[in-house]
Ligand binder design. Sequence first.
Ligand SMILES: [Zn+2]
Length: 293
Amino acid sequence: MTSQPTQQIPGVYHRKIGDIVVTAISDGYLDGSLDVMRNVDLAEAELLLKAQFRPARRTSVNAFLIHSKGRIAIVDTGSGNYLLPTAGFVQRSLAAGGIDPKSIDTVLLTHMHPDHSAGLTDMSNGQRLYPNAELVMHENEPKHWFDDGAMAKADERARRLYFQAGREQVLPYKDRTRLFAGGEVFPGVTAVPSVGHTPGHTAYLVSSGKNQLMIWGDTVHVPEVQTAIPDAGMAFDTDLAAAAAARKRMFDRVASDGVLIAGMHVHFPSFSRLRRKGNAYELIAEPWVHAFE
Ligand SMILES: [Zn+2]
């Protein structure tokens, strides 16, 4: 008798963008209720989930590698051991993909929330998990999360999980941090600030020749609901109205251009296109694509 499999092979998925290879790396997922949603009728949100056969809110957590010009960047680092046991698998996925974290020379952060920046440092020994990497993010991120005044105004959970976790995770990179306001931040990668979810929340546009990929960060957290109701936001949006405006700008841009998108909370491996559907949108996942076609 042979035994049946009980676990997935860790999530690694390559996608070629011109001369660049982008690799989706699964950190796992976070399940929860819809109570964290804002500016949406929760009964309606629940119906939208049900219509897509989702029993509850499942938030995929992804990071992405960018292999460009002989260098490797990672966009976000997953949640480390700060959130739920169903997430925190970036290191395991990297190992399965044959990627040595020492070979990653740049960490691009979309923003300093624990499902993005809490995989930077191993807090059991204070060591950087990307020992040779420069940490790159929008200048507004550390400005906000290191602001004691802003921290004092936050509730206990936000103080601990956002401000404190963010600070302790990025501090070991203090002397190797590069802040930007926009522009090209890695070969073939342009920062597209999309602020609102956090003060420095940034998408990254990967371009090579005519090929493009918009890694849109946290434009959505519950894709089924927010593509249908773009005003719907999250309790942890720093500025709900600005986040909704940024979401609508991003939706309009990628739907008009038909550009391939990937997102930290679009179901793994997340490569999709956004289609207009009346006043709303719909994400169409891309079928399995051989990386090297
Ligand atoms: Zn997030």
